[in-house]
Design a protein around this ligand. Sequence first.
Ligand SMILES: Cc1cc2nc3c(=O)[nH]c(=O)nc-3n(C[C@H](O)[C@H](O)[C@H](O)COP(=O)(O)OP(=O)(O)OC[C@H]3O[C@@H](n4cnc5c(N)ncnc54)[C@H](O)[C@@H]3O)c2cc1C
Length: 385
Amino acid sequence: MPELDLVVIGGGVSGITAAAHARRAGRVVTLLEAGERLGGCCHTWRPCDDYWLELGAHTAYNSYGALLALNPDPAFGNLIARAKVGYHFIEDGRPSSPFARLGFLEAARYLPFGLGRGKSGIDVETWFTALLGPGNWRRLLAPAFAAVLSQPAGPYPAEWLFKRKQRVKAAPRKFTHAGGLQGWLAELASGLDVRLGRTVQGLAVAADGVRLSLADGELTAREVAIAVPLDIAARMLGDVVPELAARLGATPMAECDTHAVVLPAAAVRLPPLAGLIGADDDYYSAVSRDYLPHPHWRGFAFHFKPGRLDTGGRRAAIARVLGCAVADFAHETSKVNRLPALTPASVTLAGQLRAALAGTPVRLVGNYLNGLSLGDSAHYAAQGG
Ligand SMILES: Cc1cc2nc3c(=O)[nH]c(=O)nc-3n(C[C@H](O)[C@H](O)[C@H](O)COP(=O)(O)OP(=O)(O)OC[C@H]3O[C@@H](n4cnc5c(N)ncnc54)[C@H](O)[C@@H]3O)c2cc1C
């Protein structure tokens, strides 16, 4: 008889949502997280007592129903509405509205033929080029979507980019939390049996459940939900669904070199903004904390295209864009962010994996099965894979 009921592997948004919804449904859940914090891609960096900055995901919407359903306060008093600030390109060293890049004549020529076109099996570049024209794709949409996805956006499946979802009207439309998104996820996980610093190295299906191998021994569970990054999930599934696991593992991972700085507000030349879209520069996006202004500090997380600049180059680029000196940076940190590079074939593979795992004690959740946003990851995870 297995010692545990349901084990969830991975403490990002997918694992937390899968675990919390399963617990509500009466399961006894154990969540194993390799790192020393919950959150995964929701990584809120706190360089000083009164200031934090998101190094990964930064924006949550009131369409993220599976997450909002777990919120401890049904009136959502713990969520903070984001101040209304927008994204900009930089043109001639100054912020410029994305609309300035929209070619209206080209859009008008393409729109009547592109509207209403199905998205199934089509990548984002093909779909949006048909909708607004190749010039608008190149100048505006390709860099804007790359900023959203932190990777080149063209190959991404069109049906997974923007999905129509119901909004929870009682919650702020776009929001954060006093502890940032990592703090919010930790709040949603409260009451769960969370074990940090537990890296699952492999798993095998046994007669009465699943055997998990960890560095310091083995665990057995009736059922396991895998909620780890795609390449690690593919390795874990190697003995369960070998052929599909090999195909999942062949999906590339997209990296970005994130470099974040916090500096005195007076040192920054830019007006308050949600962030910058890198376009032809070395970064996909530079996400600010101006949606939750602070009287003294401003913070920016630059998500650089991978392998282009060393640390010195990234610092110089940040100073150039912000119009300040490197010496103005009061706090700095960096990390590599990783996301799956999804394509329309990922949508098909997700369906095949779902079907193949249906009769096994192994479930798979994660941002490669339903889209990259927190809401999409959570929506799928809440259904249990
Ligand atoms: C820079 C960036 C900006 C983003 N911005 C937004 C945004 O503004 N809004 C939005 O909706 N989405 C955003 N996203 C996307 C979103 O954050 C991710 O798609 C989502 O958080 C993925 O969650 P996950 O739980 O599936 O995976 P992850 O967050 O990767 O979590 C996986 C967890 O598994 C753990 N793990 C790994 N291996 C093991 C193991 N062997 N054993 C145990 N645990 C293990 C990891 O430590 C990690 O905690 C952004 C992503 C990035 C990178």
